[in-house]
Design a protein around this ligand. Structure first.
Ligand SMILES: [Zn+2]
Length: 539
């Protein structure tokens, strides 16, 4: 045996052998899962032994939807998370420009602000950002990634003027004279991003390395990541970066790439290269075609069946027409791809189910595991459709930390009752996979489990939880972050549980999350992380 772990409290997630004290690992896989005595019998002279001293061990966490390279790229940008006013943003940006000695004429980007946390709940405009600098191009992206604000110099550089202010599928906000005020939504944001200087493969490798180091320190061993959205970067560069890291043995976490290819041209190009879902190995695999069907709830761009309760003039913004969505889904489906679509609004979800059903009726495929990512605003019919169509639901429990304060305002009391209904999905037998959508939210898993189990924000509000009948059990939440996510990538036979023959990926926790108060789960620490039987992180 290469490695034996003793004296642990293993939650194996294997119903045939749910609890164990020890495991023996050989060649990156579990060889034996059992009692201390059983496992110790397999010890040989060169076996490394680790005493877990009674700590809880769970299968390595698997984030079913996030953006690993984007998270890494944030480490190169000004972090605006936690800003409480426009003045805060101005101060942080000025410091950032000074500290990094960024020359005039260059782009400076920042991310993570959210005006809902400001003392005055107003979006900043170009004129606010001009106070940071009139000589740098500045683009600051809202925490939702669907809205950004650009200063006057940046608008000028990007060629956004009074005369060409509108763009299909997006919006440059204008004042009463039709002059753009710097707020750019959806495709307008994409347009601005296309003007930003791009990263090269070395930059991308750097981002993935630092993001992966951070991920393993949180017990994550598998990541389903949507990376093709990196501004100014071709998807081939992302794939090249992963390939080079893989070839040099530097890939620390297992990657399932959710391939964002929003147009027929891009999808065609990708398919012509021969890429398909499931190709690759245990460290890097091509995942689904990833699409976005709408925006998000905060800025009211999630696409709803009925108008927003707090702004009846809008129902959100769909990214596709029904025909356009049907066409791209069918093309990918026919090519053998899994398809995962971002849907936050109920109307967007109806459109996506229709596109899935259309493709599956015309060309029935065994077990395509098409997926809806986010699944926030639902009704009973949609909840049933997940089961009927066998569509995977990818959810982000940590979203509750923010959304429980905002959702009811956006959609009203009635619609909210059947929304964020994750326990209802479990009860229906839907395949649920958990994640974080990092960097929208941090990818720490324990706060995610806490949110799913308590339905509270990180400050413990509300006392009895928000829509408390939708609380998941600790087991269900853990399932979502391990076996449920493994199912979402067709890998439930090789990972997601501590089981003989499976990949030896594990996280050792500071506390037993079944025993402690649910409120304390968010503070539980990851003590060690193992990937492929190797210790990759130790606190
Ligand atoms: Zn996302």
């Amino acid at each position: 045996m290469d490695l034996i772990l003793l004296n642990g409290k293993f939650e194996t997630m294997n119903s045939l052998n749910p609890r164990a004290e020890a495991v023996a690992i050989v060649k990156g896989k579990f060889y034996k899962v059992g009692s201390n005595e059983e496992v110790l019998q397999l010890k040989s002279s060169d076996t490394k032994i680790i005493d877990l001293k009674g700590n809880m061990v769970v299968p390595g966490f698997n984030d079913s939807h996030m953006h690993l390279a984007m998270f890494g790229s944030n480490l190169l940008e000004c972090d605006l998370v936690g800003t409480e006013s426009v003045d805060d943003i101005i101060e942080r940006m000025q410091d950032f420009i000074q500290k990094n000695k960024i020359e005039p004429g260059r782009w400076v980007t920042g991310k993570g602000w959210n005006e809902d946390y400001f003392n005055i709940r107003m979006l900043p405009t170009r004129y606010d950002l001009d106070k940071i600098s009139t000589e740098h191009n500045i683009c600051l992206t809202r925490a939702c990634y669907h809205t950004c604000v650009v200063n006057s110099k940046g608008l000028e550089t990007a060629g956004v003027t009074k005369d060409n202010v509108q763009i299909e599928g997006g919006r440059f906000e204008v004042d009463e004279k039709g002059v753009p005020i710097g707020i750019c939504r959806e495709k307008a944001l994409k347009y601005i991003y296309s003007k930003l200087p791009s990263y090269n493969v070395e930059d991308i490798k750097k981002m993935i390395r630092s993001a992966s180091d951070c991920a393993v320190s949180k017990g994550l061993t598998s990541i389903q990541t949507d990376d093709f959205m990196l501004p100014g970067v071709e998807f081939e560069q992302i794939l090249e970066a992963y390939k080079e890291l893989h070839d040099s043995g530097e890939l620390k976490v297992r990657i399932y790439e959710q391939c964002l290819l929003p147009t027929m041209d891009k999808l065609q190009h990708f398919l012509e290269k021969g890429c398909r879902t499931g190709e690759g190995d245990e460290y890097f695999k091509f995942g689904p075609l990833k699409l976005l069907a709408d925006g998000s709830l905060g800025p009211r761009t999630a696409y709803l069946r009925e108008p927003y309760a707090d702004q009846p003039s809008t129902s959100g913004i769909p990214a596709y027409s029904q025909d356009g969505l049907n066409e791209i889904v069918k093309k990918a489906h026919d090519a053998g791809m899994q398809i995962a679509v971002h849907c936050i609004g109920d109307k967007a979800m109806y459109m996506v189910f229709e596109a899935f059903e259309n493709a599956c009726v015309q060309n029935p495929r065994k077990d395509p595991r098409h997926t809806v990512v986010h699944c926030q605003i639902t009704d009973e019919i949609l909840l049933d459709k997940f089961r009927e169509d066998n569509v995977v639901a990818t959810i982000q429990p940590i979203f509750l930390n923010y959304d429980l304060h905002m959702a009811e305002g956006r959609i009203g009391k009635e619609r909210v009752k059947t929304s964020y209904n994750w326990k209802s999905l479990f009860d229906r037998g839907v395949h649920v996979a958990c994640g974080s959508d990092c960097p929208v939210e941090p990818f720490d898993v324990l706060p995610g489990i806490y949110a799913a189990v308590t339905r509270k924000d990180l400050k413990g509000y509300p006392e009895n939880g928000w829509l408390p009948e939708q609380k998941l059990s600790v087991y269900q939440a853990l399932y979502g972050f391990t076996l449920g996510s493994a199912y979402a990538s067709f890998e439930e036979n090789i990972k997601g549980s501590i089981e003989e023959g499976k990949l030896a990926d594990m996280a050792v926790l500071s506390d037993d999350i079944y025993q402690i108060e649910p409120d304390k789960i968010k503070d539980v620490e990851v003590m060690m992380t193992f990937v492929n039987g190797k210790l990759v992180y130790k606190k």
